[in-house]
Design a protein around this ligand. Structure first.
Ligand code: SAH
Length: 217
């Protein structure tokens, strides 16, 4: 018990040191994220950012894009925030919330792109509702993804990939990219922590880009 409390206090102290990188009560910024960043331009959301390699490298490469990275486990989120803080990039903010709540956080058409990198596959059928590409989640994202906006997904898991293809397709999204072996293409890929591990094991990486139709389509 004592150890656990000390660990928790440690975690809180380290999170505190990351200052304003972690957004508290994010619902207050609904519809006003560009104001909060003090930037204009595209807003990209990564759901399940893990230890943050992907969002950090993305933010470095695309300094005009605003990135919001979501991770529900604070002990993991902390590592991502510390990396971003050490790198001194100023176009990333973090949320410690569950993806299911994001409808309260972003306003209509506020998000240009969503990244889902190596989301938990939740294999048993009775757990499919937890998959971040389940229709229930697509409905949440659809409320804030702008028309013509995209979801970029990568996974090593064939079951999740097939499920996602069906789910997006039924939802009326179209595919701009589908790759069954991302690393065999010339795509300018940004690796995640999980991806590095899977590639080392010789696993193939699947990738899709699903596009939300414009009103006129
Ligand atoms: N994207 C990272 C981590 C992949 S593991 C990488 O590729 O290396 C999937 C991550 O998503 C985990 O850290 C998990 O905590 C997070 N996650 C899963 N479901 C989530 C949800 N509903 N809301 C927020 N984060 C979630």
């Amino acid at each position: 018990m004592f150890m656990r409390m000390r660990r928790k206090r440690n975690l809180d102290a380290r999170i505190e040191k990351c200052g304003e990188l972690l957004v508290h009560d994010p619902a207050q910024y609904k519809g006003r994220w560009r104001e909060l960043f003090g930037m204009a331009g595209e807003l990209h959301l990564e759901i399940g950012c893990g230890k943050g390699d992907f969002v950090l490298e993305s933010a470095r490469r695309y300094p005009d894009v605003m990135f919001v990275a979501v991770e529900r486990y604070r002990n993991v989120l902390l590592l991502a925030m510390e990396k971003v803080q050490a790198a001194g990039v100023n176009n990333v903010l973090f949320l410690d919330v569950d993806a299911a709540t994001l409808g309260d956080v972003f306003g209509a058409d506020e998000v240009d792109r969503i990244y889902l990198n190596f989301s938990d596959p939740w294999p048993p059928k009775k757990r499919h509702k937890r998959r971040l590409t389940h229709e229930n989640f697509l409905r949440v994202y659809d409320d804030f993804l702008k028309p013509g906006g995209e979801v970029w997904q990568k996974t090593d898991n064939q079951g999740l990939f097939e499920f996602s293809l069906v789910s997006f397709s039924r939802f009326g999204y179209t595919f701009r990219e589908v790759s069954l072996d991302l690393h065999a293409t010339d795509f300018d890929n940004i690796m995640t922590e999980y991806e590095r591990g899977f590639v080392e094991q010789g696993l193939k990486i699947y990738r899709l880009v699903a596009r939300k139709p414009k009103q006129s389509e």
